[in-house]
Design a protein around this ligand. Structure first.
Ligand SMILES: CC(C)(COP(=O)(O)OP(=O)(O)OC[C@H]1O[C@@H](n2cnc3c(N)ncnc32)[C@H](O)[C@@H]1OP(=O)(O)O)[C@@H](O)C(=O)NCCC(=O)NCCS
Length: 219
């Protein structure tokens, strides 16, 4: 794996840097009203999708770096490995401590990252978002010395809040619609998980190693 182009694999998924060739697949979900209802952007046109990807490619061009904004495409591993040309993106996730246009930090410390995601509706409710987000969060804690990962969801986005809570995130800030700077004017929920909590959940999830044999058992 080239350090500037990380590829992460879980049981069912491949996460790899977004590419120009992902535009049609991405537009098939980020172009939909039901997917974008609780996103910061309205349904994307094909041109807007290409512009979004072009900006992501600029950020990938600067990586590795301490401050970054990285968009990963999610593919089903089975499709990715069965097809020479690679599989089609079923969704994407972004992790960042830098604004997407690269103009300024997005958090007060480089070790504090934000997470965002969207999946094609045909691929939702199968545990893929949870699997992909867990992979990427683990990567931030392990490879980028993250101290904390945060996410923001609009309060009615129960799917996203449920997903984050299943991953161990806890609410640390709730904002009324009026306090929200975004024109959608919905109440927002900010959630986070820190490195210690992530490590202790990972240790709890790991299978318990068999007990060391006692002297009498050994003989
Ligand atoms: C949020 C989103 C990525 C979840 O993807 P997903 O692959 O369906 O999620 P998973 O199957 O991994 O589900 C993980 C957990 O999230 C919660 N969840 C997911 N979808 C849900 C839904 N429709 N209603 C309630 N809870 C839901 C559940 O707690 C679920 O665990 P469970 O299946 O054990 O009950 C997906 O709904 C999506 O792309 N939404 C549109 C874009 C968006 O809103 N992004 C987030 C912006 S903050």
């Amino acid at each position: 794996m080239h350090p500037s182009r990380p590829e992460l694999r879980s049981e069912r998924l491949l996460l790899r840097p977004i590419e120009a060739g992902d535009a049609d697949a991405m537009q098939s979900y980020r172009g939909r009203e039901d997917v974008t209802r609780y996103l910061l952007h309205e349904p994307l046109s094909p041109a807007a999708t290409r512009a979004r990807i072009a900006q992501s490619l600029e950020r990938w061009g600067e990586y590795p770096a301490e401050w970054f904004s990285l968009s990963f495409a999610v593919e089903l591993l089975e499709a990715a490995e069965g097809d020479e040309a690679g599989g089609e993106a079923i969704g994407d996730l972004r992790v960042w401590n830098l604004l997407p246009d690269g103009s300024a930090p997005a958090s007060e410390e480089p070790s504090i990252f934000w997470l965002g995601y969207a999946l094609h509706p045909d691929m939702q409710r199968r545990g893929y978002a949870r699997e992909a987000a867990a992979l990427l969060i683990g990567w931030l804690f392990e490879e980028h010395a993250a101290s904390e990962v945060r996410a923001i969801a609009w309060a009615p986005n129960t799917a996203s809040i449920g997903l984050l809570q299943k991953l161990g995130f806890r609410v640390f800030l709730e904002l009324d619609a009026e306090q929200e700077p975004h024109p959608k004017k919905l109440p927002a929920v900010h959630l986070r998980i820190d490195a210690a909590e992530w490590a202790s959940r990972a240790a709890r999830a790991a299978p318990t190693p068999p007990a060391a044999p006692t002297e009498s058992e050994e003989s």
